[in-house]
Design a protein around this ligand. Structure first.
Ligand code: HGY
Ligand code: MN
Ligand code: MN
Length: 417
């Protein structure tokens, strides 16, 4: 039976909170959150601060060719595969202070606490900052962890362009965080990720800890609709080839498809590009991404098929050209039952209320689960709000989840002496 930390062993919640607030000063948003998008100068600044903290905690930093950062605390057995713990420091353009950041800095806090307590473990611990989890600037989301898991090849990843046409590869070089390690060469004993729920369930159920058993699957379907640019004033309604109208009908249809698959399905659109995007010109081209998700594999595939067939019918009726490309996807994920138990047992040992939960948002853990036993810990967030600068958690919630992470990680890494 592997020893577990004593129930009174907890992280330093004040130190964790201070680190979160210090990181939040980098790449500030305009409404109290963050805009630290991947491979921007702000991301580079946040990476440097994180490296300074890892150096101070006595860890050695490795960086791979996608720019993912791996800070290692040695174990007693040099042949033992490490326990990886991490998340992401990049944010949405109007992101919160905690999405991803909490997981990286809580992982650092686990190591800081192990140092304070002089804890030795058989397996090394590797604190991880995955590059480009958000996929806001360079789609798809979880790009670097996807390359790590062998889902994407690195040339595809390097070729991904932001809205200004800059490529991932060029921007990674520009900010000076192109590492030398082969992506995916590292092997993991286990992977843990601590994350805010980004949904309303834990707060509504008054639970401190989410024991994450699964993550719902996702499709990002990028539609390109081709209309005819024409004057919005002088073009009679019957002569219009209106790509904007087609888009609106497709959005309405997506809503209907998702509502028709309740409970447990979502669908919507977060990003639209009109070209030429001029007030008095009907769009010649409309590009938008449909985001559909559900924990049920059959439902996920059924929704995709329905939406693509219906979209083609809508466009044909309007004489609008329609093409679609899947720019993001992962099937529903089942996390490792043994690690899920370690999280649940840690919450019990520490006396924290908890419940099983399926992650609504995607995380790097979804790709890590393809190559190693993986799981997640979640804490509530106020009103379930995320991907919004008003994203908020309490210091108590932050610490409780970090305590559970600390216990589950140290137990899995096997305390020695
Ligand atoms: O889209 C997601 O679920 C994640 O926030 N990248
Ligand atoms: Mn995240
Ligand atoms: Mn996010």
């Amino acid at each position: 039976m592997v020893a577990a930390p004593g129930e009174n062993m907890r992280v330093n919640g004040d130190r964790l909170w201070d680190s979160l607030m210090d990181m939040a000063k980098i790449g500030p948003g305009i409404a109290g959150g963050n805009n630290r998008q991947t491979l921007t100068d702000a991301d580079a600044e946040g990476r440097s601060l994180f490296k300074t903290w890892c150096d101070a905690a006595g860890m050695t930093m490795g960086v791979d060719r996608m720019g993912t950062m791996f800070a290692t605390r040695p174990g007693t057995d040099p042949d033992a595969l490490p326990v990886y713990v991490g998340s992401h420091l990049d944010t949405q353009p109007t992101g919160g202070k905690y999405d991803g950041v909490l997981g990286v800095l809580a992982a650092l806090e686990v190591v800081r606490t192990m140092n304070d307590m002089g804890i030795k473990t058989k397996h090394p611990i590797v604190v991880t900052n995955w590059a480009n989890e958000e996929g806001a600037r360079f789609a798809p989301a979880m790009l670097a962890s996807g390359v790590f898991a062998g889902v994407h090849d690195i040339d595809y990843a390097y070729s991904r362009k932001d809205p200004e046409g800059k490529t991932y590869g060029d921007e990674l070089k520009r900010i000076g965080w192109l590492g030398e390690e082969e992506v995916g060469a590292r092997k993991m004993h286990a992977y843990f990720e601590y994350h805010i729920e980004q949904g309303p369930i834990l707060e509504a159920e008054n639970k401190q800890i989410g024991v994450v058993t699964h993550c719902q699957g996702l499709w990002w379907l990028e539609f390109t609709l081709t209309g005819r640019e024409a004057h919005t004033g002088s073009t009679p309604m019957n002569l219009r080839v209106n790509a904007g109208l087609a888009m609106s009908r497709i959005m309405e249809m997506v809503q209907g498809v998702a509502m028709g698959e309740q409970p447990g399905a979502v669908g919507g659109v977060g990003q639209v590009f009109f070209s030429p995007n001029s007030r008095n010109v009907l769009p010649g081209k409309v590009v938008f991404t449909v985001d559909i998700r559900t924990p049920d594999q059959a439902k996920l595939d059924r929704m995709r098929a329905k939406i693509e067939a219906e979209a083609a019918r809508i466009c044909e009726a309007l004489g609008v050209g329609c093409s679609v490309e899947a720019v993001g996807h992962f099937d529903p994920v089942t996390f490792d039952p043994k690690l899920v138990d370690a999280v649940r047992n840690a919450a019990d040992r520490l006396g924290y209320s908890h419940m099983n939960i399926i992650s609504g948002a995607g995380h790097d853990a979804c790709w890590a689960a393809k190559v190693a036993p993986s799981t997640m810990v979640m804490c509530p967030c106020v009103g379930g709000l995320s991907h919004n600068e008003a994203e908020e958690i309490s210091k108590e919630w932050a610490s409780a989840g970090a305590d559970v992470l600390f216990h589950a990680v140290v137990e899995t890494a096997e305390i020695v002496g």
